[in-house]
Design a protein around this ligand. Sequence first.
Ligand code: TPP
Ligand code: MG
Length: 345
Amino acid sequence: MVQERTLPTFNAAKVQITKEEGLRLYEDMVLGRSFEDKCAEMYYRGKMFGFVHLYNGQEAVSTGIIQGAMRPGEDYVSSTYRDHVHALSAGVPAREVMAELFGKATGCSKGRGGSMHMFSAEHRLLGGYAFVAEGIPVAAGAAFQSKYRREVLGDKNADQVTACFFGDGAANNGQFFETLNMAALWKLPILFVVENNKWAIGMAHDRATSDPEIYKKASAFNMAGVEVDGMDVLAVRAVAQEAVARARAGEGPTLIEALTYRFRGHSLADPDELRSKAEKEFWFARDPIKKLAAYLVEHNISTQEELKDIDRKIQALIEDAVKFAESSPEPDPSELYRFVFAEDE
Ligand SMILES: Cc1ncc(C[n+]2csc(CCOP(=O)(O)OP(=O)(O)O)c2C)c(N)n1
Ligand SMILES: [Mg+2]
């Protein structure tokens, strides 16, 4: 096993969190994990087709950024092909995400997108994107329009921030560098969130990049760059809150590198034979959901029973989402070309 990069330390003693918020973060992570486990089951039962990329292990990133520091449904989120959990954190109902995976007309992309193309204008989810790094310039466009509406058109309510999620592999793509340059130049209200899970399919990050510490690349653009333990939702929340405050104050973007790990193969078609047992065990021991649960109980913020109640509530919600997806209609073939272009309301 290659020596693991030291995870940045975080002083949890300084965290101030209400019971309500602690439980909300826990619930969002459990929702993400349970949803993905159910996807795996449904995929192997032949209910969904094509490539399906699960987010297990990385929940603290989506939850810490979107639920911990943003205004879900008002601020913008752009994702990748690993997008189900970003959609859930942004507030897209589990029913609509599951129905999209089943290719049903009730899905958030009307059954036209599937796993890699979650989209919801209502929830300001700018999309999942199948091409690596494709969402990065799109997110910059969303951030630009917020700034333009606020500063040029004088719309005081246009203070939205955009979170742009992508992987370590994407950070070697040209669109990353071009977009960071423009975002810093124009001081756009955006968080570039690299989910460094050490692998781009079977390519180890350390073998593919000149400097594995991605957050340092921000300094080339005179941009703030921070690394964070991406298995610790409270640490992610803390760096995200600072970055969001900077963005809303008009002080520009932040590059956040979250050190994390996917607990499953690249996609459900990947036998996951390349990563070593020792490496997997190192990261499994840092399960972000167990970590938050232990924190909440140890600090008397919640009881085990309350956490179990949430687990049960989420199980019921996932079962309901599957029933909804199963009983929903297929898109009508006569509507094959519908939604290719936007329609007037
Ligand atoms: C432009 C482009 N090149 C190659 C691919 C094939 N591909 C799909 S996922 C992937 C790995 C990307 O890894 P990373 O950005 O680290 O994200 P992760 O899957 O680890 O979340 C590659 C190379 C693609 N989808 N798009
Ligand atoms: Mg990766």
